[in-house]
Design a protein. Structure first.
Length: 293
């Protein structure tokens, strides 16, 4: 299936008192470039997330946004730092003795001292966390791949339509080429007649001039290669091969090279126009190919 690099996916999974939400969007990029944003508590799974991603995506810039909610009652616990509390009390006692102050310290006073009482997040079961996260991740990836496939099919149809149009222009060049040579011969004969008046023309010399001209403007090889590249690109679209974007881009570059050569050899306004149209269509195809995975 032809896949675009543009897509979107979202999945929300609730596992017990935990909820995972994964959203992702993608745009075209030369390689696979993943940017993952998630809570610190899930940072441990960064490598595992990238491994799963590579099973579904080979190219593109992908932004992944992960949110995590924990509704369990025991997710945090109160921690009492007894040694730190003792240090505070010792310091207060020393202040009392040094400055002759009344020691009116209460438990509530010590409890408000920094780091004596802290809220500590309970460690969760990593296997359980990964189970829920992976489920949400794969759900979002499946939707992501589906939207890419739909967009990819649209790109494929558009490019094939452009290739058909290019084939028509190549056929026009094939038809026009021998006509150019015939017209050149007729003009050459007419010019020679005017110059020589009643003198007999040298048919051999004229034939030789026509051959030189025909060889100079001949685009047969370029036309054959261009037709081959168009057919090759269509065949590539028909394969079940994944990640064909780079291959298609290479074929388009070769097509552009042949169109440039035809334009440089053109000694006729019609052929020049066909070649310019070909280059325009090839450039449009290349732009579309940049979005194919």
């Amino acid at each position: 299936m032809i896949k675009s690099m543009t897509g979107f996916g979202r999945c929300e999974v609730s596992e017990g008192d935990r909820k995972f939400t994964v959203e992702m969007k993608g745009v075209n990029h030369r390689y696979l470039d993943a940017n993952i944003r998630m809570p610190k508590k899930l940072n441990f799974f960064d490598s595992a997330i990238r491994t799963v991603l590579k099973q579904y995506v080979t190219r593109g810039k992908v932004d992944i946004f992960i949110t995590y909610e924990d509704f369990t009652e025991n997710q945090v616990a109160l921690k009492y730092n007894e040694s730190l509390a003792k240090e505070y009390l010792d310091a207060f006692k020393k202040m009392e003795e040094t400055f002759g102050l009344e020691n009116d310290i209460r438990v509530s006073t010590v409890s408000r001292c920094p780091e004596v009482l802290t809220m500590e997040e309970q460690s969760a079961d990593e296997d359980e966390l990964w189970k829920g996260l992976k489920k949400a991740l794969e759900g979002a990836l499946k939707q992501f791949v589906e939207t890419r496939g739909i967009e990819g099919e649209n790109l494929k149809n558009d490019i094939i339509a452009k290739l058909d149009g290019m084939s028509e222009k190549v056929a026009c060049i094939e038809v026009r080429s021998p006509e150019i040579v015939a017209e050149y011969r007729a003009k050459l004969e007419e010019k020679v007649k005017e110059l020589l008046a009643d003198t007999q023309m040298d048919e051999g010399r004229i034939a030789a001039e026509v051959v030189i001209f025909a060889d100079k403007i001949c685009t047969d090889e370029e036309v054959v290669r261009l037709k081959s590249h168009i057919a090759h690109m269509k065949e590539t679209f028909a394969t079940e091969e994944n990640g064909i974007g780079r291959k298609l881009d290479f074929i388009a570059q070769e097509m552009n090279r042949e169109a440039n050569t035809i334009l440089s050899k053109a000694n006729d306004i019609e052929v020049s126009n066909y070649a310019i149209d070909l280059k325009t269509e090839i450039e449009k195809v290349r732009e579309q190919i940049q979005n194919i995975e």
